[in-house]
Design a protein around this ligand. Structure first.
Ligand code: NAD
Length: 467
């Protein structure tokens, strides 16, 4: 066994923490790890500890837990640091969005071509990016050999920022590539080979064949010619992998978009609620409409309440496998208690690094030539075999069309966002807004900046002062 020390920052993110901790329970070589939980919300992190201890007992694992009050306390001596924190929480995102809307920017100023995911703010989340840097610099100083695993968004900007500003070992993870499974199921294939490449929330299916090597793009092409958009009925706001947008993006750019890439299309699909409903399906208009996002945030707050209730029940002697709510949360709990891993890549990655067991992952790391024709100093999301600390990146071919029409513009936005953040120069934000299709005149930009940016700067300062 490995006796690792792993810290989770933002551990109160209950759904995520429980998945990670249950994965530690289910991987025997890691099931004696010491897990350090850190969060500024004391109730949420205490609840996670109660559930985590029960979970470890239920699986007969030997995990131990500790709550740390500060980032330094969590990081010092750790082998791995997982960051799932969201500075300011959903309340901050809502505030920023509402100020944007007040000045004529539907869904807030962060909503831009190729960046519509509603908790993926890169122009106003200076508090979040300050937190990323703070954690990374604490690792540099107090646990320089530790791996920093980034789960919190924005993963593209966050991985680029940390990897260019510090020298620590870092990987960003997302679970978006599971979208391939929905596509395969739709086409009726159960055994297939696949590969994705691009940037986080901008990944494309670069290989898709049967085990025998038959190119499944032939099937995609056939379906694309006969698919009837009006027949698309999503089962929830996030059910978009087979939406009209995905097929249109395929027809426009030439490869199939995977996972949250479908949310990151252009204004053509996002101009207003009516447009979103037309393309992402009724009644929600996708996850990033005002209706779809409310659905998601309501679900999250329900989960937080249920976790609170579960923690109280466990403390009063109820066993973890007897917990019930009569809601979809029961299915989630059932999965956690099953033998199956959660599908999050963090724990399998830790296992591959520590026990030198080869594993295939979709990782976010600095490009440095891994995708030709893209800048070296930006994080790309690609497939790699990991064994010990060695990464073998798969060769990929991303057509020029996708590079020039999708990836390069998205990367440019990331670089501009990071430049504005690092220089704290609001003139640069104004310059981005001057190019925005929602801007009518410069006065609109000035009024927006003068109301929004004092808040953005103040919130970032609060994180700077956090211990
Ligand atoms: P949340 O607000 O419910 O939870 C985040 C936790 O972070 C909270 O418990 C909060 O108290 C804590 N936190 C906030 N500021 C902190 C600070 N300064 N120091 C320590 N802890 C702090 O958010 P969520 O909906 O669970 O999302 C968390 C993050 O994960 C977001 O960035 C979201 O975009 C991201 N996310 C990533 C993926 C992925 O696959 N990579 C998937 C879903 C969500």
């Amino acid at each position: 066994n490995t006796g690792l020390r792993v810290s989770i920052i933002g551990a109160g993110s209950a759904v995520f923490s429980m998945k990670i901790i249950s994965d530690f329970c289910k991987v025997p070589s890691l099931s004696d790890s010491h897990i350090v939980l850190m969060d500024i919300d004391k109730t949420r992190v205490e609840n996670v500890r109660v559930l985590a201890k029960e979970l470890s007992q239920y699986f007969g694992a030997k995990l131990t837990f500790e709550i740390a009050d500060t980032i330094k306390g969590a990081v010092e001596g750790s082998d791995f640091v997982i960051n799932t924190a969201m500075a300011g929480g959903h309340g901050y995102l809502d505030l920023v969005r509402s100020i944007g809307e007040k000045h004529g920017y539907y869904r807030g100023i962060d909503a831009q071509n190729y960046n519509f995911v509603s908790d993926y703010l890169n122009l106003t989340n200076w508090n979040q990016m300050t937190l990323f840097l703070k954690i990374a610099r604490t690792i540099e100083k107090y646990a320089p050999k530790a791996w920093y695993l980034q789960a919190a968004n924005p993963v593209l900007e966050g991985t680029t920022l940390v990897s260019t500003q510090t020298g620590i070992k870092m990987v960003g993870f997302c679970h978006g590539h599971y979208g391939v499974e929905a596509l395969a199921k739709f086409l009726g294939v159960s055994e297939y080979e696949w590969q994705v490449g691009g940037v986080n929330h901008g990944i494309w299916l670069t290989k898709f064949t049967t085990k025998e090597g038959k190119n499944l793009y032939e099937e995609i092409e056939k379906v694309s010619q006969r698919i009837k958009y009006e027949e698309f009925k999503p089962s929830n706001p996030f059910d978009d992998q087979l939406s009209p947008v995905a097929w249109e993006m395929y027809k426009t750019y030439g490869l199939f978009p995977v996972g949250d890439t479908v949310r990151n299309s252009t204004w053509k699909y996002h101009r207003n609620l009516e447009t979103k409903i037309k393309w992402y399906g009724a009644p929600w208009g996708g996850a990033d409409s005002e209706i779809g996002w409310k659905w998601y945030v309501d679900q999250l707050s329900q989960v937080v309440n249920v976790i609170d209730m579960f923690a109280k029940m466990l403390l009063s002697g109820v066993k973890i496998n007897q917990l019930k709510t009569g809601t979809p949360i029961d299915d989630y709990l059932k999965e956690i208690l099953s033998e199956k891993l959660s599908g999050e890549q963090h724990v399998p990655f830790i296992k591959s690094v520590v026990t030198k067991t080869p594993g295939r992952f979709v990782v976010n790391v600095l490009n440095n030539g891994k995708i030709k024709n893209l800048d070296n100093d930006v994080a790309v999301e690609i497939c790699a075999k990991v064994c010990g600390e060695k990464f073998e990146f798969e060769e990929n071919h991303i057509p020029e069309r996708i590079v020039n029409w999708y990836l390069k513009p998205r990367i440019l936005l990331a670089k501009q966002a990071l430049d504005a953040f690092l220089s704290k120069d609001v003139k640069l934000i104004a310059d981005i807004l001057e190019r925005d299709p929602r801007t009518k005149n410069s006065e609109q930009v000035e009024k927006l900046i003068s109301e929004l940016y004092p808040i953005v700067i103040k919130k970032a300062k609060e994180i700077e002062e956090q211990e």
